[in-house]
Design a protein. Structure first.
Length: 213
């Protein structure tokens, strides 16, 4: 059975979130195209703790040498990494908060990006240990960041590209809902562009690559 991991991180949980709306649309489109089970991880409705003192201590001890207590400190991290490892495709709903990602999503990353578990240090820099797989990042922002001056303060897409690449996820496809604060025609055009992207031939080809490997 193939699996789609669906992650949401918008604080808006009452139906007004664009990243939630369109990340769900991407998940449903993937499921229509390729089938599969959906595993949902809502980082706001079920918030993760920040990594703890015990977590940091345990992550520097090799798996064979860990005490039962140290293994327990990494249990949540192992569950989250396991969800990622068993997914054929990943869909992440990510609003822009202060030019970057929400802290809810950062907490998830702190649990899953672990030296000697999901990446290793090499003389050439970090090398990811996870199998690459199609990863859709559905962003939503009040302003415009894909071109012009906005590109200089978009720390969201370069950051996610770097940190997901660090663990081996390079096959990223961004679906960007931009300018929601502008409203009117600009927002209407942005929403149309996103709908067209999700319906596009290139989206279908990308989705089908999830099951080609
Ligand atoms: C805490 C917070 C910080 C925000 N920071 C930015 C920002 O830096 N740039 C921007 O364009 N929009 C910003 N916004 C607007 C959101 O990106 C926008 O409302 C987006 O649609 C939120 O995603 P959602 O609809 O999925 O909740 C911010 C909103 C909040 C709540």
């Amino acid at each position: 059975m193939t699996k789609i991991l669906h992650i949401d991180s918008s604080s808006q949980t009452c139906g007004t979130s664009y990243s939630r709306k369109f990340s769900l649309q991407v998940v449903q489109r993937l499921q229509d195209l390729t089938g599969g089970e959906i595993v949902s991880r809502d980082l706001v409705r079920s918030a993760l703790p920040h990594v703890s003192d015990a977590f940091v201590e345990a992550m520097f001890v090799s798996a064979e040498d860990r005490t039962a207590e140290q293994s327990l400190a990494l249990a949540l991290s192992e569950t989250l990494i396991g969800e990622l490892e068993s997914a054929d495709a990943v869909v992440i709903g990510c609003p822009m908060y202060n030019y970057s990602i929400p802290s809810a999503l950062k907490a998830w990353l702190d649990h899953i990006v672990r030296a000697r578990r999901t990446f290793v240090h090499t003389p050439e820099g970090p090398r990811g240990l996870l199998r690459d797989r199609p990863t859709y990042i559905v962003t939503s922002s009040g302003g415009l960041y894909r071109e012009g001056l906005g590109t200089k303060v978009d720390f969201l897409s370069p950051y996610l590209t770097a940190v997901l690449g660090k663990i081996g996820l390079h096959d990223l496809r961004f679906v960007q809902v931009e300018g929601v604060a502008l409203g009117g025609e600009a927002l209407g055009a942005a929403l149309e562009r996103v709908e067209a992207d999700i319906a596009s031939v290139s989206f279908v080809a990308h989705a089908q690559s999830a099951y080609a490997n």
